[in-house]
Ligand binder design. Sequence first.
Ligand code: SF4
Ligand code: SF4
Length: 376
Amino acid sequence: MFFVINWNKAIKVSEVLFFNYRRGKKTVYEGIKALLQKLPLTKVVSKDDLVAIKVHMGELGNVTHIRPGIVREIVKFVKAAGGQPFVTDTTTLYPHARWTAMKYLQTAAANGFTGESMGAPIIIADGLLGYDGTKRPVSRRVEGCDLGEVEVAQSIAEADAMVVVSHAKGHIIAGFGGAIKNVGMGCLTKRGKAAIHRTDLAEINAENCSGCGKCVEICVYGAMRIEDGKAQRDIEKCMNCNSCYFNCPNKAMKIPNDASNRLQVYLAHGTAASLEKFDGKVCFINVIQDVTPLCDCAAHAGNPVVADVGILASMDPVAIDKASLDLIDCAELVPGALAEDGPDRLGRINHADCTIQMRVAKKLGMGELKYQIIEI
Ligand code: SF4
Ligand code: SF4
């Protein structure tokens, strides 16, 4: 981070390194190497550190997640820096192909992520069922957030350092998913995720409910029941996974209007609490490629909306996400894409203002919205 003098006040600006797919003559692997060589990685990785390489290995059927080869190159670099890397992610709240560690490992293998392909172990950080974690206090709160603590997945809580490797793409509620989303949701246990997703729990509209019972069938937490011919939710048992919403055949549930704003506020707090103990031993890599309207949790995340942009690296999660958004807004649209020209393309597709997560993260002291791009 450095300072730019504007009139009489200093503005903080963070550096974001950019490997531009359009300009470089380098291969993607050479580009990653060049990015990592320019990052102050020695501040992040010390000899024998356990280094979590936090990725999302994609839902079963998703083919637009981060390419395994990109992660393998990062593993090599962490090893060369003296660290002991492991590739990691956490289980999902909803009962699909990454719901438990065993299911996730099978899905990861199907998507090309194995110990052999990575050159490092793959560890599902929140344990066999997704409940192994360490509570971390939310030391500072803004914008009406009432989270007292978050539960960070155990293997991430125990790591000495972390490289957060994020796919920059859309998200159905937050509008955009990058570094902040990857940490603020992806580093948490099921209980941690449930606390954040409380903000976007769908409300039941009894008028439209036929009492068909599909939501009771789908709810693996036993939180739904039919009473007097209508769906009822036991809020104590509910884990806010929204599976009932997505599977209701009668559209008898609705996501609250303020869900996107609130989810992003809570995501930023989850990120701050998860990163605090690393004390700066974290760096961020955003891959702006296959920029789909939806996230990698979707089996089909939609067709990419812009031409592939490149890879960013920074020590600042706020700056790297803001730079990713801005580069997506400037990128050439794919013919027939869902997106339009203009600012916040991904936000507009998803009916969200996806800069909220970054603005709140800045308020929490995580980084800067202003950045300087340095092309490598
Ligand atoms: S799935 Fe929808 S319509 Fe069926 S009982 Fe549940 S809320 Fe009602
Ligand atoms: S009631 Fe709905 S949101 Fe709550 S845990 Fe069950 S399926 Fe998920």
